[in-house]
Design a protein around this ligand. Structure first.
Ligand SMILES: C[S@@+](CC[C@H](N)C(=O)[O-])C[C@H]1O[C@@H](n2cnc3c(N)ncnc32)[C@H](O)[C@@H]1O
Length: 298
């Protein structure tokens, strides 16, 4: 049966076929991506027959099967983090008549043995594009990856830099394991709190959430309306018009300030932003109609 739904296939490392039939609770650790999002990402990846493709995050193997159909299975390499995931995906792909290279590896390192690739696609989210993905992409090739709640599409230039933009649609992906943990439980009690300048629901708007995330320090992770600084332990958890705060810093001030500039700039959309990666670092940029330039490091 076809439906445009995410199918969670692994929770806290327990695969669906081993799960309690009564139901499970926990953090989803593997899934089959929303099909319409998969389609948009494949459209952005622009795979042609014979393109050498690397996928990070094999999961069920569904997207890998589509890549095999587009490029030819002999040109596709896909990696995931556990033997169980890659073995089941390999078997499913074989059942569909495809025999791509399916490897157990930490996707942060790509798969150097098959490089260079003409197309690199990730189906797990990152806060910065891992250098290996950019290094292993051939000049003129494309990298499509979930980055800070949006999907970035970068072209690798002959000088080694990669530049591009974000797709229009939001994309909430499970993080690449090894990225700073975003799945913590906000504490039930807090040292203090205060009234907020903005309603916490502002962060439910994916457009503002993208903008706010760009303003958070690299050590700060966000889970919905809760923030935590992994460096100093500060937390902020907003509900309605109040925010509960703990630790040495008021993290919510950054979100309030970001909301002011977002409104001043007339709610810039994520597809208006550029993304670039090079020897100087990785940056997201935006040029407002009045010429105001913003460039934020990732
Ligand atoms: C949304 S699922 C992938 C969906 C998949 N493309 C499909 O078609 O079913 C994300 C996948 O990324 C994998 N993943 C997360 N961190 C990883 C890492 N460090 N290295 C390799 N794979 C990783 C997860 O195990 C999970 O299977």
């Amino acid at each position: 049966m076809y439906s445009d739904r995410v199918l969670v296939t692994e929770v806290d490392g327990v695969h669906a076929e081993d799960a309690d039939p009564g139901g499970v609770r926990g953090v989803a650790t593997s899934s089959s991506t929303l099909p319409s999002l998969m389609a948009d990402m494949l459209d952005a990846l622009d795979v042609r027959p014979g393109d050498r493709v690397l996928e990070i995050g094999t999961g069920t193997g569904y997207n890998a099967a589509l890549l095999c159909h587009l490029a030819g299975a002999q040109y596709v390499t896909t990696v995931d983090r556990t033997e169980h995931l890659v073995a089941t995906a390999r078997a499913r792909l074989g059942g569909a008549g495809f025999e791509p290279v399916v490897v157990r590896a930490d996707g942060a390192g790509g798969h150097p043995d098959g490089a260079p690739y003409d197309r690199v696609i990730a189906t797990c989210g990152v806060r910065r594009i891992p250098e290996a993905w950019l290094d292993q992409c051939a000049p003129g090739g494309l990298v499509v990856a979930p980055l800070r709640g949006a999907v970035a599409r970068l072209t690798k230039l002959p000088d080694g830099r990669a530049v591009g933009r974000f797709l229009h649609r939001p994309a909430a992906f499970m993080p690449l394991r090894g990225e700073p943990d975003t799945g913590w439980e906000a504490a039930a009690t807090h040292a203090g709190g205060r009234a907020t300048e903005i309603d916490a629901r502002a962060l439910d708007d994916p457009g503002f959430a993208f903008w706010a995330d760009l303003h958070l320090a690299p050590t700060v992770v966000r889970d919905g309306r809760a923030l935590r600084d992994t460096a100093d332990g500060s937390t902020a958890h907003a509900q309605g018009r109040t925010v509960a705060l703990d630790g040495p810093r008021d993290l919510w001030r950054t979100v309030e300030a970001a909301h002011r500039t977002w409104l001043d700039l007339n709610r810039p959309r994520r597809e208006w932003f550029t993304v670039e990666a090079g020897p100087e670092g990785q940056f997201v940029g935006y040029e407002a109609p009045d010429g105001t330039l913003l460039r934020r490091p990732l």
